[in-house]
Every structure is written in C-alpha cells, then in structure tokens.
Write a protein that binds this ligand. Sequence first.
Ligand code: SF4
Length: 548
Amino acid sequence: MAPSSTPATPTARPRKARGEGQWALGHREPLNGNERSKKDDNPLNVRARIENIYAKGGFDSIDPADLRGRFRWWGLYTQRKEGIDGGRTAVLEPEELEDKFFMLRVRIDGGALSLDQLRTIAGISREFARDSADITDRQNIQLHWVRIEDVPEIWRRLEAVGLQTTEACGDCPRVVTGSPVAGISVDELVDGTPAIREIIDRYIGDPKYSNLPRKFKTNIGWLADTPYMANDVSFIGVVHPEYGPGFDLWVGGGLSTNPRLAERLGAWVPLAEIPEVWEGVVGIFRDYGYRRLRNRARLKFLLADWGTAKFREILEKEYLGRALIDGPAPELPEKPIDHIGVHKQRDGLNYVGATPVVGRTSGTQLAKLADLVEQHGSRRVRLTPYQKLLVLDVPDDRVESLIGGLRAIDLEARPSSWRRGTMACTGIEYCKLAIVETKKRGEELVSRLEQRLAGFDGDISININGCPNACARTQVADIGLKGQLVMNAAGEQVEGFQVHLGGALGMAKGETAGFGRKVRGLKTTAEELPGYVERLATNYLADRSSAT
Ligand code: SF4
C-alpha cells in the first residue's frame, strides 16, 4: 500500500517532568512566595532587625515580609485579632486577621526545665504576656500578647537561663521532643538527652539548616512515651542482640492534612551517632524535599514516593558515607503513657505527674509551682507532649504534701479521666488559621463531663483542634475533633467538629491503620459537643459491661 500523503498526526511532545522544587535535582529557582522570601534573606537574620529597628519603631515599622514570614524563625507569630469569627478565617487578608501582638513560642527541648528557667518564664509571662502561658503538645510553652518592643528584653532573660526561641517555628528544625522521664526512669537503658543537647548546640540557629522545605520535627528518647511516630525523624530505644542498647530510626511522620505515621528504616543507631544520623536525615529533607507546593513540602511526601529502602540507601550513600547497622524493632507500649500520678525514679526518689486543664497555665501559676517545687526539695520540672507537667526528685515523705499543694494551685495529680485525657490546640482565641474555639470549649467539656460522668474510670483521649491542621493530633485520639463550620438543626452555619474515632491505640503502636476513622456525617456542633461525648462515653461503658 502506498504511503499516505496525509501528514501523520503529530505525536504529543513528551511533557517535561515538572520538578517538585528539589534542590538536589537542580530546582534552585524559588517556586512560591515562601521559597522566595527564604532565598531573599536567611530568616535568622531578622533577629538583628527586630533588635535594632522594629523593637524601637514599634509594630508599624515591621516589613510585612519579615512579619508574616521570617519572624517565625524566632518563635514569633502575630496573634489573631479578637472577635473575628471562624467563618471569616479563609476570606480575610492576613493584615485584617492579625493583631499587633505576638504569640512567642519558647522551645523547651526534651521538655526539661530547671527551677530558674521556670521562674524566668513565669516572670516574663506576668510582665510581658498578660499572664498567659500554654503548655503545647510538643513540650513548648507559648506566651501571648507579646509586644515587639519587649522581645529583645524577653530574649535577654530567656537566654540568661539557657532558654531560647530560635527556630521554635518556621521551615527549620523545631523543638526536639523527648521522654519526660529521661535520666530518671526505671525502664530506661540509655538517656537520649546528650544527643538532644548536641543537636541543639550544633545545629539550631545554623544557617545550613535554616532553610528547609517546611517544618522539621524531631523526637529522641529511650521510651516511646511521646507521639514519636508523628515526627519527621524519631529515635526510640531498642536493644540490639549483638551491640546492646541503642536507638531505632523512624522517619517521615506528620499529621496535619494527609496524615502519615513515621516508618522504621530498620537501622540501629548508638547514642553517640544520633546527631550525625539526624544531620543526614535533615540534609535529605533540605536537598530532596519538595518545595514547589507548600502542602507537599513535608518529609512524609518524599518518603511516600521513595519508600524506606531508597530513603535508607540515599542516607547511607550520600550523607553518611557508610552503611547503618540493621536493628530489631523496639517494643512499643499498648497505650500512650502520660506519667500522671506518683512514680518511682531509679534513684529511689519519686516523680509526680500533674495536669492543668487542656494545657492552659499562667505565669502566676507557674511562679507558684516553682515555689512549691522548691519547698518540696526539687529543682526540676518536665513538660510532656500531652500538655502535662512532672515534678521530679520528690522524697517519699513529701509526695502527699506536694500533691495537696499542686491541687491548691489547680494542678491535679489525681485527675478525673476527662481532665487527664483531654487536650486542645490554641484555637480561635489566638490562632489565625482557626475556625473554632478550642481551649475554653475544652475546659467547659471537662467540667461538664466531670459533673455528669463523675465516676467514669476509662481511658478516653479527646483531642480538640481548631482546624484541619491537627496541631493537637486529631487522628490519634480516641475522640479526635477537627474544627470546622457545620449546620445546626435550624440550618445555620455554626462552629462544630468533624469527629474521628478510635485513633489512640494506633498511635501507641505506630500503626497507620490505627488512625481514627473519619466517619462520613460524623459531625457535631460545638454547642452539642458535651452531650455528644457524653453519649459516646455512656455507650462505651455499656459495651464494656456487656462484654464482661
Ligand atoms: Fe491553629 Fe489549627 Fe493548629 Fe489549632 S490546629 S493551633 S487552630 S493551626
């Protein structure tokens, strides 16, 4: 057959693969506003401008690119203007949403506070932050109502006692969480604190790692008593049959939208090598992490595409220059450990875990706590990622007196299940992304459930979040609440929650399958929330008794 004279249909030109903005693949040109801002000026440089210009010139002197971008690298976010409802969160411009005051996050790596540090935070809270102080779910303390004029003096006071706000927020290595009982637990074989210290001293504030694709969360601790699997990198204690105690390496966890739990790389890391391996993982994130789209810029997306085998290979070949040692999986707890109550330390003293309500404290309360701690012979306090606090080193004969003293300042070491199990993120009171109120609602919820179901003795965790960002870990609670607008019975849009059920066990065991189920249609208005939880709890109790 003669060849047709009709020209062949032009074949589509192969589409050039669109980069995800990975530096290691040559995509160095910033692909969005955040990347541009970081390239224009290393965010750590903003400190000098705060000290020399903005603190003197006041809020209105601040360059918007610094205000809404680089300030975060020093723990500063503008707080939400009072009175703006959640329905307007998504439609207002940043300048319409923000107040002229700041949230200041103090990073407390490993959650460890000395008495001097506790008193310093309490003093700053009372003098500069309208007595605000919230314990976060990453062992930080957040202050509110901070004026830019006061920030240099706050830094001076914090740094004088060894605290800092450096890289407490921003696209950089955030606070390192760790076991709140590191160094004192009878169950711990190796204290991870030296590795935390070394990472802080060597890498925090280092411009080499201050421009990451997005935030980078780390956890280091022998015990799995933190939500280690919700971190970008995590080291959990394990005994190697040949080499002895060391740490099991997990990478790629992160909740928020598209939640994913961290995965094991099957590698055993001795304590002394944690900082080097940590640097390798953060290096991979910096160089290969996706920067084009903010909502794909966490390490979990890279891990999802690469898989654990490739991730480990790149880590070994390109960053460490050696193979890691294969290691066994650690034993994981059956359920989350919050350390509430009285527990023996390995030196024979005791630690006492107590809880405020949904993490809310105040400078006044922390100052009273410091006095109480000292009166009972201790000089150490720890914060937990469940918004609780521990007093360490308490002699046997001072325990009951301490518990009574804590109760007198509204910190409860023998709390109801409801107070113990409920956490809340910052929410609409201060957070510009929030859709609903969380802290006050959490307090009301606990109070109502304590009245209505006073004798309830189950473990039910309730994590209240003001928006889908899941800062208080929506997906890994028994009852996870994600703030959103919902319809009430009258057909009006009101504050409410999407409900996720049954995620807590999966969290403890590190199983993605254990994420709470987001059941279609499972929503409640905020007003109906207490009744809703009450019904769930009543059904749970009925199920439990019919099963026995
Ligand atoms: Fe703000 Fe949403 Fe995070 Fe709550 S979950 S602190 S509302 S961003």
